[in-house]
Write a protein that binds this ligand. Sequence first.
Ligand code: ZN
Length: 347
Amino acid sequence: MFATKGLLARLKDGENIIVAEGYVFEFERRGLLKAGAFVPEVVLEDPEWVRQLHEEFVRAGSDVVLAFTYYGHREKLKVIGREQDIETLNINALKIARDVANKTNTLMAGNICNSTVYKRDNQASIEQAEAMFKEQIEWAVKEKADFIVAETFSELGEAMLALQCIQKYGNGVPAVVTLIPHSQNTTFDGLTYGQACRKLEDAGAAVVGVNCGRGPITTLPLLKEIRQACKGPIAALPVPYRTTTEQPTFQSLTDPVTGVQAFPVDLPAYACSRSQIRQWAEEVKQLGVQYVGLCCGNASHYLREVAEVYGRKPVASKYAPDMTQHFIFGNRVDSDTYYTKDVKRFL
Ligand SMILES: [Zn+2]
């Protein structure tokens, strides 16, 4: 049905996949989604904005239109008293994403995530999580997702359950499964990220890796470990914030002035520069990260950097910076003029 070459064929041919995530944070920033619950209500209230952000991310280089169903699961909708809207939200999000993907020749992915109910030794909670995964996976299949992203799992157990559900209810669609790295260098259930990713790969995930949680710099050591442990394609989608060895996650960053936790609304104090994103992209490209993108905090100007490092020239590259055109810092023919000599002194 779709002219676009599928995920598995691309990966097999050694192609890279650029992926824009970060919808929750971007809509929160725009005043279209509430921080705290972080439920994608914008899909119900202002769906045209969702379509537009998908299109914007594709223009910036994304190969994937990720249906905005992150935290669109039953438990999260319960938090805001809108459980009755769950099917409408999911179907609408998937239809919008499918439509944009068809029009832009990109891939459409369904999206499931940490259930917030899973407890490893509690069978009832595991069954509840399975039921939540099942309905979202079935909606994604119904709306013709090319693959399903299962993401931000703190422990292997829940990630494995999500993968098994995609295999059980997903009608054969490939699964991209990523863990969220926290401050410790192990998952909540005590595995290194290399070990956990290898287990997910062995269990049949098409792509494994990490997303969210850590910034580019503190994600790198984990990626090296995952690259060594796994044989197939690996994924990296950090948050574009300046995390450090002392504060390795964006939840652990404290405001440089007040010392108060910066997550989530005061994080702009730690926004990465575009140069940092570019440098990180160069490093992970070298490392052989085949599925690459950015999570919470992502915006088009960042994603374009990643896409360009990976050899792409997306539509938005037409407007990539060119400071040679600047009236003070650029290459003016009259370089000895008032502007370049006199004005610069006052900047
Ligand atoms: Zn994120």
